[in-house]
Design a protein around this ligand. Structure first.
Ligand SMILES: [Zn+2]
Length: 74
């Protein structure tokens, strides 16, 4: 399933930011109870534009960022 979305402005801004940056107002944490290790990665979805984010807490510092999972890149 592919569901490419056009991110809203706050999502476009958040993409690529360090994971230490707080989520904006329309981002909702999903699967919080289901994620085994929330210290490693959290998933959010935006109620405005349906963007899906992964907030990465592991690995090299440069990889600990907000990753936009379903946005068109081009
Ligand atoms: Zn959004």
């Amino acid at each position: 399933m592919e569901l490419w979305i056009q991110p809203c402005a706050p999502c476009a801004d958040l993409y690529g930011q360090p994971s230490s940056v707080d989520p904006h107002d329309t981002l909702t944490l999903i699967g919080a109870g289901a994620v085994k290790d929330a210290q490693v990665e959290q998933h959010y979805t935006c109620t405005r534009c349906s963007a899906a984010f992964a907030r990465i807490f592991r690995g090299e510092p440069r990889k600990q960022v907000w990753v936009l999972l379903n946005a068109g890149q081009h």
